[in-house]
Design a protein around this ligand. Structure first.
Ligand code: HEM
Length: 325
């Protein structure tokens, strides 16, 4: 009887070992097959699927993950710096240097400078541009800089709202960009006296050898020309890359092209944002009397002679000088 139990026990033990061995072998085999499939997936091997959509034969995204690192580690902090950093720098600059006052005060005589449609076109591009900067900041840098301080629901609402607004206001921005670029380019051609303007920082520095300098400027001064051409060039890049991100199947779909668009979009946003901050400070705070140009289209005569002397001389000479009634 004892012997019989021993045999049964041995048989059961053997059975268990055999099952265990078989399972272990299966697991090892499955593991090596997994590794093989994973390696193939990472290499971008394409399989078969019923779906007819582009890329559906490829189970996972295969691209250089460093692109995402560049986005998180460089572009996101750079966009924060280009917005908040520039604001801080400008506040400090104005605190130390002061603003550019009209030396002879306001004359009260208003000179025609921009047409009503020019003013409308400016705000058609400018207001969406400001909204794009703010919402773009949420989309690019929000996850790293805002999300940790917000509740889940607030963050979800914020980022979803930012995405909707960003997509919609991109359209008037592009329209404004195209109109400004085409219609205003003739007044923004660089000339030799622009170099002199840069050498004395446009006469905006209120101390040292720069104090009291009034460099020559035509309709647009050298700083405005720099802003205009930066806006024209990076406005084009941001628009094209934005369209590629919005409509990835517009041309031959390509993940690499989408990733390139992502980087170009971020870099262009950083540059346009930094320049916009400077532009807004110059128009609203730095240059006394400057803002009126984009409100009524007219500027004070003393502002015209102080900041755009060659243009004022020109319109006086050719008879196109027009005062507000
Ligand atoms: C609160 C925001 C803004 C204010 C107060 C403002 C104000 C002004 C003013 C006063 C001018 C006329 C300067 C002159 O006659 O010499 C101007 C021109 C211009 N603005 Fe703006 N602007 C703002 C935002 C923007 C934004 C976001 C953009 C980009 C889309 C933009 C693009 C331009 C361009 C391209 C010009 C012509 C070049 C120049 O004269 O500087 N502006 N702006």
């Amino acid at each position: 009887m004892n012997k019989l139990f021993k045999h049964i026990g041995l048989a059961i033990a053997l059975l268990f070992s055999a099952v265990a061995f078989a399972n272990g072998g299966d697991a090892a085999l499955a593991q090596s097959q997994d590794a093989q499939v994973w390696a193939q997936l990472k290499d971008g091997v394409v399989g078969y699927t019923d779906s007819k959509s582009e890329f559906h034969g490829q189970a996972i995204n295969t691209y250089d993950l460093r692109v995402l690192e560049v986005r998180a580690d460089w572009l996101a902090p750079a966009l924060m710096a280009s917005l908040f950093g520039m604001i801080v720098i400008f506040i400090l600059f104005i605190a130390v240097n002061g603003i550019s006052k009209l030396h002879h005060g306001y004359s009260g005589k208003m000179v025609y400078r921009w047409s009503k449609s020019d003013v409308a076109i400016h705000w058609l591009g400018a207001i969406p541009c400001l909204l794009l900067i703010v919402t773009g900041l949420v989309l690019l840098a929000g996850r790293f800089f805002f999300q940790p301080y917000l509740g889940e629901g607030v963050w979800a609402g914020l980022v979803n709202g930012a995405k909707q607004v960003h997509d919609v206001v991109a359209i008037p921005f592009m329209l404004g960009w195209a109109l400004m670029t085409v219609l205003w380019a003739k007044n923004q051609i660089p000339t030799m006296y622009d170099v002199k303007w840069f050498m004395v920082v446009g006469g905006y520095i209120n101390f040292g050898p720069f104090k009291g300098k009034h460099p020559d400027a035509g309709f647009a001064n050298a700083g405005e020309k720099l802003w205009f051409w930066t806006f024209a060039m990076f406005g084009l890049l941001i628009s094209v890359s934005g369209m590629l991100l919005l409509f990835p199947n517009l041309f031959e779909p390509s993940r690499n092209l989408s990733l390139l668009a992502l980087i170009v979009h971020g870099v262009s946003a950083i540059i346009i944002c930094a320049f916009s901050i400077v532009h807004i400070f110059m128009a609203t705070v730095m240059s006394e009397g400057g803002m009126e140009c984009m409100v009524s289209g007219y500027c004070d005569e003393n502002w015209a002679t102080q900041h755009h002397n060659l243009w004022f001389d020109e319109i006086k000479a050719d008879g196109t000088l027009k005062y507000k009634d």
